[in-house]
Design a binder for this molecule. Sequence first.
Ligand SMILES: *[C@@H]1O[C@H](CO)[C@@H](O)[C@H](O)[C@H]1NC(C)=O
Ligand SMILES: *[C@@H]1O[C@H](CO)[C@@H](O)[C@H](O)[C@H]1NC(C)=O
Ligand SMILES: *[C@@H]1O[C@H](CO)[C@@H](O)[C@H](O)[C@H]1NC(C)=O
Ligand SMILES: *[C@@H]1O[C@H](CO)[C@@H](O)[C@H](O)[C@H]1NC(C)=O
Ligand SMILES: *[C@@H]1O[C@H](CO)[C@@H](O)[C@H](O)[C@H]1NC(C)=O
Ligand SMILES: *[C@@H]1O[C@H](CO)[C@@H](O)[C@H](O)[C@H]1NC(C)=O
Ligand SMILES: *[C@@H]1O[C@H](CO)[C@@H](O)[C@H](O)[C@H]1NC(C)=O
Ligand SMILES: *[C@@H]1O[C@H](CO)[C@@H](O)[C@H](O)[C@H]1NC(C)=O
Length: 811
Amino acid sequence: MVRFSCKKLALWAATTSFLPCIYAATQSLPYEFDAVAITGGGYITGIIAHPTEANLLYTRTDIGSAYRWDQKFDKWIPLTDFISFVDSNLLGTESFALDPTDPNRLYLAQGRYLTSNNSAFFVSDDQGSSFEIYPAPFPLGSNELGRNNGERLAVNPFNTDELWIGTRTEGLWKSTDRAKSWTNVTSFPNAFANTIGIVSVIFDPRHEGTIYVSACVPNGIYVTHDGGTTWSSLPGQPQTWDDATLVTGEPALSTGPQPMKVALAANGMLYVTYADYPGPYGAQYGEVWKLNVSSEVWTNITPGRNNNSSPAPFTPQAWPPGGYCGLSLDAKDPETLVVITLDRDPGPALDSMYLTHDGGLTWKDVSHLSTPANDTATGYWGHPIREAALKDGRPVPWLSFDWSRLWGGYGAPSPVHGLAKFGWWMTAVQIDPFNPEHLLYGTGATIWATDELSLVDSNKAPTWYIQAQGIEETDILAAVSPTGGDAHLLSGIGDIMGMKHTNLNDPQPMFGLPTFSNLDSIDFGGQAPNVVARTGACGVNYTGGCAQAAYSTDGADTWTLFANCAPGVNWTVDTTGVLAVDASGKHVVWSTLFTYDATAGQTGPWATSDFGETWTAPSGGLDTQTPNLSADRVQPATFYSFTNGVWYVSVDGGVSYKASQGTKIGLPAAASGAVPVVNFARAGEIWLPLGDLGLYHSTDFGATWKALPGALSISFFTVGAPREADSTLPALFLWGTITPKGIDGLYRSDDDGETWVRVNDDEHQYGGPNLIVGDPRVYGRVFIGTAGRGIVVADLAGAHATTNVPGTGGV
Ligand SMILES: *[C@@H]1O[C@H](CO)[C@@H](O)[C@H](O)[C@H]1NC(C)=O
Ligand SMILES: *[C@@H]1O[C@H](CO)[C@@H](O)[C@H](O)[C@H]1NC(C)=O
Ligand SMILES: *[C@@H]1O[C@H](CO)[C@@H](O)[C@H](O)[C@H]1NC(C)=O
Ligand SMILES: *[C@@H]1O[C@H](CO)[C@@H](O)[C@H](O)[C@H]1NC(C)=O
Ligand SMILES: *[C@@H]1O[C@H](CO)[C@@H](O)[C@H](O)[C@H]1NC(C)=O
Ligand SMILES: *[C@@H]1O[C@H](CO)[C@@H](O)[C@H](O)[C@H]1NC(C)=O
Ligand SMILES: *[C@@H]1O[C@H](CO)[C@@H](O)[C@H](O)[C@H]1NC(C)=O
Ligand SMILES: *[C@@H]1O[C@H](CO)[C@@H](O)[C@H](O)[C@H]1NC(C)=O
């Protein structure tokens, strides 16, 4: 074995200043960072277009920040990947604003949760290529209720250094120095008592000093004509629900319509969508109104109200038909606009987009008209299930959500076989101001677009394509890079389950049934990499096996349900824990993460050697469920756990464990536990990343441990392919800090932790990872599973030839 030879040589070389060994220390090598192509994967909360520069579009997301459309590269460019781990709350865009007089200026209001004190304004003079960052004196909530509304942030077109923002909890605020400092507009009435607050600010570009500000409450729209000195409630707002539209036994959730989105057309019409709940979920009723701001006349233009748009089965409506939120005006024609329903789901009807050319007197149902002819009579609007593809035809297979009806859930296809839902949470919509044939709409998972919207006028179906390439906004919950097989990456993803990437550059299908809402844990057999097992919750009351765990023997192409779930797991359980597959692929241990109080008094982690026909509680040693569980990648039937300060080893497939108190084998007393990270090429070699206590290493199945040198503080640790092809010494990767510099980042060591070099730089931080995974087959490669920017693959420069667009990867 060559593994330590080079290090010895290095020591010798160092002392004699002679014959330096090229492997002596870890070399700093240039890296490139690409997104693994999933393409979307999360909720698009806003799309805006600059009024004077063609194709200058931005999109915002709830947990993945903001993107700029790049027409030349034909993809969205992520703008804020520099956000550090400690600033992860900033990786979400509550609102954004453009300067109508200067296409280079962009403002982002960043902050995910109201509970965080870390929110900020990102101010750019170069379309988001770089930013000045100013802390915000109030919390922002890009992933809170009501994130679908807006825009809260606006630039005063008469004085473009001035910005206003409607906050959730602190009223209306104004900045006169381009978002650097803010003052409370205390003249604004405190018209709200919820955490949604003020959802939109609209400057009238024709009348200096006129601003419309809306809170998400009934009667919530206010206007000032003197630049904010005095305010009045807009007279004539819809006050109560039209009882005739309410469904018996299903009361509206608000006393009257609450404004969601507001838009002012060039002809002085203020268009407003309403719902009874802030959204994006929970809305039951809605309306659409317009106000002639000079005559102060309000008109109810809710689609279907004049019975001109909705075919059966909408009349009469036997269920709450949902609210209205999405709204976009055609910049060239003040009488042309689209609106979209919200939460008209579950059916039989699904959400619809409506288009009008006469200011809302008549509407066409775009979703209905886009649905293949055979299915429209049923009222289940959608796209043909195999249609999800980019404009150039490259498929985005996972978007078919090709789940059987039983497995349902958000994102599930239209209940009519052969259709994918037209969308849900379609609250972001934009008619291209330079090309009204081009419309984009966001969903809970992606962006669809068409270039032929006017086909709807002649009752024809426009062709729709996916325009989300470059957007990666998933939350990664689990990932492995198998030692063999045709894929280097298997992932578990929040909301969209998980997938197998045989090609990192192209979107892939979702794993097949069983479908989980979140795939929480996935593992493979180290010497049998085609054996893969996964678990996650799915809420399906299924009797033909365990719907919460499945295994594959063909490298994650096809899946079989475990015969039975481990004791205590059933369809009502929403945390299914972790599982590990032994090196041979025969034994699986499932730690279900909740205490099982069976009459027998047994507890897990549960072991099976027949894919769940039978589950066995350990007969000795480990007797508690633990997330800190792994299998040896080389020696069969061998499992490890470091739990509550005790080191456990099983060599009989998890049927029994030998327990050793950590302090007796070289582990620090303060260490409570950690997921053992195992060498894929050598039995019994394990690392324990112990946070601030450093990194511990064993080569004898955990019988003895030594701390690796250096003052390391480790958030995540993994191992990858060795630098020397014939070595069993893997590359080590850690995310954390190394004293004395103490810079939080991703580091690599090629010499068993003697020396470390930084892999990422300050431009590539992604708000920090959820996990990191080395590739056992590609030296230098490490996957970064993020909490809102999908999966990033960090490769040695030149190794992963894709694209010259930084940060966007694949398609
Ligand atoms: C937020 O609060 C924490 C804890 O009080 C503090 O350490 C941190 O500096 C604060 N951050 C900001 C941006 O104010
Ligand atoms: C700002 O003013 C509003 C009244 O418009 C008030 O409710 C809020 O508490 C004020 N916030 C701060 C931080 O002063
Ligand atoms: C708004 O009302 C005024 C006064 O009645 C009228 O002159 C104007 O045409 C109306 N605007 C629109 C867009 O209908
Ligand atoms: C509304 O439309 C339905 C068909 O969708 C039709 O049966 C009904 O008569 C219409 N009602 C009115 C008042 O036009
Ligand atoms: C409608 O469905 C029937 C039965 O599946 C099929 O024979 C027919 O070709 C379909 N028509 C269209 C227009 O798709
Ligand atoms: C779950 O399925 C079982 C077996 O089909 C059935 O007896 C039970 O009523 C179902 N429970 C619920 C809550 O649907
Ligand atoms: C499902 O599992 C939970 C947790 O173990 C248990 O409390 C519950 O009784 C189980 N329900 C059924 C229907 O088995
Ligand atoms: C598992 O490891 C984590 C550290 O990753 C530790 O905080 C936790 O206490 C451990 N859990 C158990 C049950 O040992």
